[in-house]
Each structure stands twice: as structure tokens, then as C-alpha cells.
Design a protein around this ligand. Structure first.
Ligand SMILES: *Cc1c(COP(=O)(O)O)cnc(C)c1O
Length: 446
């Protein structure tokens, strides 16, 4: 019955298919273009990087795609994730609004990222891939892919941005514990890395350089594929287990969200929560609002252009139509490292462009204020990325209070912040600095 605090489903109530928003988009997506020739790319152009199972999903127009049994089995070790009513936060805010959050911090990586990592490792395994290379900034994606590769007996090679490798050892240790081999990037293992080091032996690295190294390894080795933790259509697809579960859980709570909120880096956790609700809105004729929250230091959806751009700094990744700040944009070094990406998922970008989804940008000090209030009242220390969604939910709740309105708010809590205590320390000591987009300067990678 309603008015519970936690809505925990039985694993038998998990969705058995992913929801693909593609056929429900207001217009078709523009085709990806080859990074060098700018010709439209076909599936065969992507084959050196990804298994055909994932490429098929990238271009699929099927509304539902069955989750393979082996992926479902591993999902069941940590899913369904809990949906929680934030009653203590509601009380602290003295708001008439009801606040619910869907918590993805219960996975092996402490975030939503394993939802796609397991799926990607699975499709690689069935097509005989023995090795996967990838890049990671602070290590959130790397740790998700490491555990997934371990499960499916695939070698996992992670190029980790050097400054994080040196300054933030804990995620590196987690990746190694899960069986991955982690190399600081730039490295002497690739031509891309060697070129950078020849120029600057003390390079701190960047996500762009690390992507170039990981892609090069995949292109040069027949038995190796590349893996990406956000942005791509199939990544957003895999994350829709989040929203589908939330719909079932909110059903138990007899609650319909007026607004669905999530943080956006490349757009995958937000898409995973919002897309199933977008479908529901269309089907049921609801008036659900959607709110994507990004950092002011990297305001892709609120200040970027909607156009073709490369997915990476080195122009090795395909060109896609998306909101972008430019492939060579380097955001300031805010603590929400997972939100420092110049572009956004094409499907999400299109829905923002068409006015179906709203976006807002926040400064990190206000974000940490919300994070601490949430931690103190709900007993979960949020990832700085996820705290963007929290702060936006708090603003909604206070707005409802001011207007004396009832309002049902659902937000995605994409992960915990147990590896981000340095950021909390900086906040508590009053050392956090806010960056505006215009002031976005060249600072070292998270
Ligand atoms: C990686 C990450 C993000 C940002 O990635 P999206 O693809 O936008 O979801 C957000 N929150 C957490 C906890 C992350 O690890």
C-alpha cells in the first residue's frame, strides 16, 4: 500500500526487455558520419570497434529489445534497485511535495554504469572478443567495465587519465581488484600516447588522449574491441531498466511523477530513467515534465550548439548531431568529473531540441549544499554527479512549497560518492570554486 518508505521489487518483477526510444522520437536521428571522410557510416564501419549485437541495437527501430538471459541473471545480483521516498528530506524542507529517488548506487561500481557494462561485455563475449579496451577519467566507467569483463571472462584494459591515476588511487585499486589492467595515459603503449609524450613528457593526460589510446588498441588488434560508457544509443537503451523499474515501483506507491529529474554527463542515466516515462507520457496522455541537470562549468544542453560534432577531442570517433560545446572544449576541473563531457547523447539532444525535455545548469557549491543536506537526512552520500539531480529536486520541492502546491518529484540518484570524499572535504573547508562556462579554462582532468 502507499506511504511506504522503500519500494523494493522482487527480481521476478524486473523488466525483461530494454525500451528503445528511437521509434518514438518526434523525428528520426541524423546518421553518424565518418570521422575522417564525413560520409554517412554503415554498420560495417563500426565493426572494428563494437560487436554486431551492439551495432544492431545502435540503429534498431524496435521499441522493445529482449534482455539476454545471461545479462538478466547478472542484473538480478543487484537489481531491481530501490526506489525510496525521501521523507526525511521532505520534512527538512517542510514541503508539501513528495520526493522519490531511484538509487543506482547498489551496484558493484556504485553507479548505474554496470547496467550497460554487463550488456556490452556479454555481446562481445558471444561474438568471441577476448579483450576490451576503454578509457576512464576518475574511474567510474573503468570499474564498471572491469567487473563486467571479469564476469564474462574477458581481458579488460583501461587507459586512465594520468592525473587521476596518480591523485585518486582508490578507483584504480578497485579496477585492479576486479581484474582489469590499468595504464596511466598518455602511455608508451600506443602511437597516440607516444606522440603526446614526445611533445610533453610530463603530460597529465586528458580523456581525449585516453580515448585515442583505447581506440587505437582496438583498431590494431583483431581480438580487441572498444567500449564506451555513455552517449551511444545502445548505452541509453541498456539503462532503461532504471525507468521501467521505477514505473513499476511508483505504481506500487500509487504515485505519478509531475517531474522526472536526472543529471547529465553524456546522458545515459538520465535517458535510462526518463525515456520509459516519456513513452508512458505519450501513451497515457500525461503532462509529465522532464528536467536534465548539468554543471554550469560544462553546460552542453543549455549553452551548446545543436549540430554535427566529433565524439572526441582527437576526431577519431564518429561525428553525430548533438548539443555540443565543441570537441576541443576542456571544462574546468569541477568535482563532478562524470559530467565533464563536451557533447550529449544524440537521442537526448534531439528531445531537448524538440522541447520535450528541459535543461538547467547549476554551480558546484549549490550542488554540494544539496548533497550534504541529502546525506544528513537520507543517510546516503551521493556522487557529486548525482547531487546535481538532488539540488534540482530540492528547488522543485521549495517551489511547490512557495506555491502551496502538491507535487510529485522523481529523481535519479545515479551513484554514491564514497570515492569522492576529497570533494566533500574541499566543500566542507570552503575551498570549492564555481566556474562559469565563459571562464571554462584549461585545467587538468578529474
Ligand atoms: C558517469 C556518471 C554520470 C554521468 O554519465 P551519464 O552518461 O550522463 O549518466 C553520472 N553519475 C554517475 C554516478 C556516474 O558515474
Amino acid at each position: 500500500m502507499p506511504d511506504r518508505t522503500k519500494y523494493v521489487l522482487d527480481e521476478r518483477e524486473m523488466p525483461t526487455a530494454w525500451y528503445n526510444v528511437s521509434p518514438d522520437l518526434p523525428k528520426p536521428l541524423d546518421p553518424p558520419l565518418h570521422p575522417v571522410t564525413s560520409e554517412p557510416m554503415g554498420p560495417e564501419d563500426l565493426a572494428p570497434l563494437f560487436p554486431m549485437g551492439l551495432i544492431a541495437q545502435e540503429v534498431s527501430q524496435e521499441r522493445y529489445i529482449d534482455i539476454p538471459g545471461e545479462v538478466l541473471e547478472i542484473y538480478k545480483t543487484y537489481r531491481p534497485s530501490p526506489l525510496v521516498r525521501a521523507k526525511n528530506l521532505e520534512k527538512a524542507l517542510d514541503t508539501p511535495a513528495k520526493i522519490y529517488f531511484k538509487y543506482e548506487g547498489v551496484s558493484a561500481a556504485g553507479s548505474h554504469k554496470p547496467n550497460t557494462a554487463y550488456a556490452q561485455a556479454y555481446y562481445n563475449k558471444v561474438e568471441g572478443t577476448n579483450k576490451i579496451s576503454t578509457e576512464t577519467g576518475a574511474g567510474q566507467w573503468g570499474s564498471a567495465l572491469a567487473i563486467a569483463c571479469q564476469h564474462f571472462d574477458i581481458e579488460c584494459k583501461v587507459y586512465m587519465v594520468r592525473v587521476s591515476y596518480e591523485q585518486k588511487p582508490y578507483r584504480r585499486i578497485l579496477m585492479e581488484t576486479y581484474g582489469a589492467s590499468v595504464t596511466p595515459s598518455p602511455s608508451m603503449e600506443t602511437d597516440a600516447g607516444k606522440a603526446v609524450l614526445a611533445d610533453n613528457p610530463d603530460s597529465l593526460g586528458s580523456l581525449g588522449i585516453a580515448i585515442s589510446e583505447a581506440v587505437e588498441v582496438a583498431l590494431k588488434n583483431e581480438d580487441t574491441h572498444y567500449s564506451l560508457g555513455s552517449v551511444l544509443n545502445f548505452v541509453c537503451l541498456h539503462q532503461t531498466v532504471i525507468g521501467q523499474e521505477a514505473i513499476t515501483q511508483m505504481g506500487v506507491a500509487e504515485a505519478e511523477p509531475d517531474v522526472v529529474i536526472g543529471c547529465v554527463g553524456g546522458g545515459s542515466n538520465f535517458s535510462g530513467l526518463a525515456f520509459p516515462y516519456y513513452h508512458r507520457k505519450k501513451e497515457e496522455g500525461l503532462s509529465t515534465r522532464f528536467l536534465a541537470v548539468e554543471p554550469k562549468a560544462c553546460p552542453t544542453l543549455t549553452a551548446g550548439d545543436y549540430r554535427y560534432d566529433w565524439g572526441d577531442e582527437a576526431k577519431m570517433a564518429p561525428q553525430v548531431v548533438m548539443y555540443t560545446l565543441g570537441h576541443d572544449f576542456v571544462p574546468a576541473g569541477i568535482h563532478a568529473g562524470g559530467l565533464r563531457y563536451h557533447g550529449d547523447a544524440p537521442m537526448l539532444s534531439l528531445l531537448v531540441k524538440e522541447g520535450e525535455i528541459d535543461a538547467v545548469a547549476l554551480h558546484q557549491t549549490e550542488v554540494f549544499e544539496g548533497a550534504v543536506l541529502f546525506a544528513q537526512n537520507e543517510g546516503i552520500l551521493p556522487a557529486p554527479e548525482a547531487a546535481h539531480a538532488i539540488q534540482a529536486a530540492i528547488t522543485e520541492a521549495l517551489d511547490a512549497k512557495e506555491k502551496g502546491e502538491e507535487r510529485t518529484i522523481l529523481f535519479g540518484l545515479s551513484g554514491h560518492g564514497h570515492f569522492d570524499l576529497g570533494a566533500y572535504d574541499a566543500y566542507l573547508k570552503g575551498e570549492l570554486v564555481d566556474y562559469d562556462y565563459a571562464a571554462g579554462s584549461r585545467v587538468e582532468e578529474e
